[in-house]
Write a protein that binds this ligand. Structure first.
Ligand code: SF4
Length: 160
């Protein structure tokens, strides 16, 4: 007896839950690295850690085809307007993951040249700690993001 024979013939679910479930299983990260944390982000996509298990292995070169910005590394003042512009060009609904101490709070670089937290430029959904965060910690942050996506109200975008 197969599994399909045990399932009821009618399954109900709210549209919100179905849409959010589909969204969480198909997040498209932007190809975007700012500093040393980006090396660990690249490793996360490699076969050993296999981000494809989460439906996220295809990083998009165009922000218009991406809905997740992983801010991997420190953000210089010069890069700040570029980061914001990329965020503005990304498709809605979109999410931001701050990867590492530098992106989240400036890390060891408490000086005038670096933004002391990327949340001063773009809204951040998940903060991933570490210097650098290992691929395992980044994936834990991604799982946290998926949980957040599955719980968010269904709407076209967020006003920020
Ligand atoms: S958190 Fe550490 S690894 Fe990441 S960008 Fe800063 S110094 Fe580099």
């Amino acid at each position: 007896m197969g599994l399909e024979e045990r399932l009821p013939s009618i399954v109900t679910a709210s549209a919100e839950k179905l849409v959010n479930w589909a969204r969480s299983a198909s997040v498209w990260p932007a190809t975007f690295g700012l500093a040393c944390c980006a090396i660990e982000m690249m490793q996360t996509v490699a076969p050993k850690h296999d981000l494809a298990r989460f439906g996220m292995e295809a990083f998009r070169a165009s922000p218009r085809q991406a809905d997740l910005m992983i801010v991997a590394g420190r953000v210089s003042q010069k890069m700040a307007p570029v980061v914001r512009q990329i965020y503005d060009q990304m498709a809605e609904p979109k999410w931001v993951l701050s990867m590492g101490a530098c992106a989240s709070c400036g890390g060891m670089f408490n000086n005038y040249a670096l933004v002391q937290g990327v949340d001063q430029i773009v809204p951040v959904d998940v903060y991933v700690p570490g210097c650098p965060p290992t691929p395992e910690i980044l994936m834990a942050g991604i799982v946290r993001l998926h949980e957040k996506i599955r719980k968010q109200p269904l709407r076209l975008g967020r006003a920020r």
